[in-house]
Design a protein around this ligand. Structure first.
Ligand code: SF4
Length: 379
């Protein structure tokens, strides 16, 4: 029991919402109605209490270390047409680009010199990059930077493709499920895409031994509390190593141009809940959080996040990879982004470290850490 005087009881005779937070912290699960009660009944006092518990849980597994992922957005071509996305195939205003293998490797080289030990290759579903081409890029990065982890984030593919890339050296894969609810999924995606195929991909990735990341946008059009509860329970059952959530932000050239953005406050609350549902999870304070609030990423860390993803893409293409409007950090060089984040984190008592940053519950057999124990980055 907690002594917090919270006035938002779950039911007059039952546990208070703060009691539910306590139970979530202890048992790492709650009933659907209890999760819904937390989301619906939240206020600032409850959020502060949740964040305090979330920070404790993160501290236990990761201390004050924040892991950096060097993000390389290597293509903004995409064959898909997700209704919320600024680089969807139908957006004829998008200025398209592709990075060559050498350009990608230059980004890795610059990132390695800056202390990054994880590279995230992210792009639209672009048929130009055949499975073999991607495998060759992964192999080359691995051979030049054997102390680094490679994360792929290139969408829905066949199990065979995932297998090929795993064998080439990719260890992690990010694929947001977006919403576990099939009906809601169809409100966000065209008919030829399906929730079931997205889930099949995540299952395949897990079975192939990837560290898997799923996630969703907070406040996407049509999203309800019931959907969020379904998402949280799905995440719990999948047991991913990473969960990427960020506020939905509309893009002016999409069917959702006029839709309302998701809220910072609800995104932070969900970060806290996810940290308690899976205490060892790798949880990014996303660029979208930093976009809706100047200190959004810091607030994300204080709510339980432990990963940041500075951009390593060449500045010349940054402004072309716009999934949503007003994205931050479009003009800064990789080094500026990295040091800016390092300083922001230091101000709130956290340390950006030189480390692969594997999940605390996913030891990689034979993995060689970049520098043994985590060490701080110095200028
Ligand atoms: S969200 Fe991903 S798959 Fe969908 S259109 Fe955008 S880049 Fe393509």
């Amino acid at each position: 029991m907690t002594n917090l005087a919270l006035n938002n009881s779950f039911s007059p005779s039952g546990p208070s919402l703060a009691d539910l937070v306590d139970r979530l912290a202890t048992s790492q699960t709650l009933e659907p109605a209890e999760l819904a009660a937390l989301i619906e009944g939240r206020d600032q006092d409850l959020a502060d209490y949740l964040f305090q518990k979330a920070r404790q849980a993160r501290q236990e597994h990761y201390g004050a270390a924040i892991y950096a992922r060097g993000l390389i957005e290597f293509t903004n071509h995409c064959k898909n047409d997700c209704y919320y996305c600024g680089i969807r195939a139908s957006n004829s205003k998008a200025d398209r680009y592709r990075l060559t293998s050498e350009e990608i490797l230059s980004c890795c080289q610059a990132g390695h010199e800056l202390g990054f030990r994880t590279f995230v290759l992210q792009g639209g579903e672009d048929p130009y990059y055949s499975p073999e081409k991607i495998a060759a890029i992964v192999q080359e990065i691995k051979s030049r930077f054997p102390d680094c982890a490679i994360t792929l984030s290139v969408g829905e593919k066949s199990r065979e493709d995932y297998k090929l890339w795993r064998a080439a050296g990719a260890e992690r894969y990010l694929l947001r499920h977006e919403t576990h609810n099939a009906e809601h999924y169809q409100k966000l995606h065209p008919p030829k895409m399906s929730r079931d195929n997205r889930l099949r991909c995540l299952q395949d990735l897990k079975e192939l031994g990837y560290q898997v990341g799923c996630g969703f946008m907070v406040g996407s059009p049509g999203q309800t509390t019931a959907h969020l509860v379904e998402d949280l329970l799905f995440i719990k059952s999948l047991g991913p190593q990473m969960v990427g959530i960020g506020p939905f932000i509309p893009h002016q050239d999409t069917p959702f141009a006029q839709a309302k953005a998701g809220s910072l406050e609800l995104t932070l609350f969900l970060l806290g809940l996810i940290r308690l549902l899976i205490p060892t999870v790798l949880l990014p304070a996303t660029t979208a959080l930093g976009t809706i609030s100047p200190t959004g990423r810091e607030m994300g860390v204080l709510a339980g996040a432990n990963v940041v993803m500075p951009n390593l893409s060449p500045v010349s293409v940054r402004a072309k990879y716009l999934l949503y409007d007003n994205k931050i950090c479009l003009g800064e060089e990789a080094a500026e982004c990295r040091f800016c984040l390092q300083n922001r984190l230091a101000k709130i008592g956290y340390q950006l470290v030189v480390h692969r940053g594997d999940c605390a519950q996913f030891p990689v057999p034979g993995a060689v850490l970049a520098s043994g124990p985590a060490v701080g980055l110095s200028r």
